[in-house]
Write a protein that binds this ligand. Structure first.
Ligand code: ADP
Ligand code: ASP
Ligand code: MG
Length: 405
């Protein structure tokens, strides 16, 4: 039996990541949390990721069939993961006594460009969501997917359920809560740096920089979208323990000079000897949908920093793009490594920072092959085997210690 509430007006979009819906018990736990919110008189749109490591397993399966899976078919396959969790969660919410409807990205009116595997949301027409809410239903949405103007199913890039949540929050003028296995955004990945501290409040800019530097707790595209729409994000833990991080346009003035550290295990600095080669490299990266993190050109040559998505253990398209760019006749040998970064307002404001940053990496046993500052981020290309140690040292010096010292 289901209850259909009527008077609720406020809407909240809650996003539950893969670990939060990894098994039946956890799906029931999420359903109870949704039921509690609903009981409080708030309408709920819950965006879900695929259960546990489903997406990784589906990617692996595709690569067992062929080395070069067709991108359209890969999107068809990957979008299935979120459809499973949305249907199960809708059943679990109904079992809690609330009317619930699950909808795919396409049914929610999430319209994207046709970049299979890494599509951008162009528009959200959430009529079916609004209709279901008006009928008192909890709406469960399959994250990470939309539909292109050609009516093809597209996926939004790894971690893309966060982006679905933000896009729906913007379209519905709702609050946006991101639930995961960690109670907010930390000054480093707590799995890598045990001394990492939760950051109670962050600006969109810093959060975006941390995400691009490799902090996979929030997808970079989601943060960029939230910044564009001025939406605050509340990052919390699914089981309700601990605190939260609030991401908003303006963080308080007394925030630290270095907010955090983050790493990306696979990065490449491409080097072009002349501007023609630089243009050809950029064309190859564009063709493979690889966006450089930083570009330096001087009219003769160029340096392009690229990094594989943190969530992807394998990404043949990224590797093919890098290999093709590096094989151009005007290319110098690319520098390969891991990217260790610090993020915060000190970057670009503290003249002594770059030298202290390099010294810290050297003292941790990894002399950087290259160091570059971009926006709020200062990055070093280091030996992948030494990445964790460098991140721990950078955290100790610049987050736990005084960045001015
Ligand atoms: P979900 O499946 O809920 O989207 P993710 O695995 O994408 O969860 O992101 C949560 C994980 O991100 C955490 O388990 C943590 O190890 C990792 N992580 C990386 N950097 C950070 C950070 N700066 N703060 C918090 N968690 C981080
Ligand atoms: N299931 C997708 C992934 O693993 C999307 C997400 O989790 O947000 O990348
Ligand atoms: Mg995620």
């Amino acid at each position: 039996m289901t209850t259909t509430a009527t008077a609720a007006t406020a809407i909240v979009v809650q996003k539950y990541g893969g670990s939060s819906v990894a098994d039946v018990d956890r799906i029931r736990q999420v359903a109870r949390r949704i039921a509690q919110t609903r009981q409080g008189g708030v309408q709920v749109v819950a965006v879900v990721s695929a259960m546990g490591k489903t997406t990784d397993q589906l990617v692996k399966l595709a690569h067992e069939v062929t080395d070069t899976p067709d991108r359209r078919e890969l999107d068809m396959l990957l979008s299935a993961g979120e459809r499973i969790s949305m249907a199960l969660l809708a059943m679990a919410v109904r079992a809690e006594g609330f009317a619930a409807t699950s909808l795919t990205g396409s049914q929610c009116g999430i319209l994207t460009n046709d970049s299979a595997g890494n599509a951008r949301i162009i528009e959200v027409r959430p009529f079916r969501v609004q209709d279901a809410l008006a009928h008192g239903h909890v709406v469960i949405v399959a994250g990470f997917q939309g539909t292109s103007w050609r009516r093809e199913v597209t996926t939004l890039g790894r971690g893309g359920s966060d982006t679905t949540a933000v896009a729906l929050a913007a379209a519905l003028h709702a609050d946006c809560e991101i639930y995961s296995d960690v109670d907010g955004i930390y000054s480093a990945d707590p799995r890598v740096v045990p001394a990492a501290q939760r950051l109670p409040m962050l600006s969109h800019d810093e959060t975006l920089s941390l995400a691009r530097a490799g902090a996979k707790v929030l997808a970079a595209d989601a943060v960029a979208l939230a910044r564009m729409h001025g939406i605050a994000l509340y990052a919390r833990k699914t089981d309700g323990g601990g605190g939260e991080t609030v991401v908003r346009l303006h963080a308080p003035q007394d925030r630290p000079w270095v907010s955090g550290v983050a790493g990306r295990p696979h990065a490449v600095l491409l080097r072009a000897r002349d501007s023609g080669t630089a243009d050809a490299m950029l064309a190859i990266l564009t063709q493979h949908q690889v966006c450089p993190l930083a570009v330096v050109t001087d009219g003769h040559g160029a340096r392009l920093l690229v990094a594989r998505d943190v969530a992807d253990a394998v990404d043949p398209a990224f590797d093919r793009a890098v290999d093709a760019a590096a094989a151009l006749p005007g290319a110098e040998l690319p520098l390969r490594g891991a990217l260790a970064s610090i993020v915060g307002p000190a970057v670009g404001r503290e003249p002594a920072l770059t030298a202290a940053f390099t010294d810290t990496a050297v003292a941790a046993g990894s002399a950087p092959q290259a160091v570059l500052a971009h926006g709020l981020t200062l990055s070093a290309l280091v030996e992948p085997a030494g990445l964790a140690k460098v991140l721990q040292a950078l955290h100790a010096r610049f987050v736990e210690g005084d960045p001015h010292a």
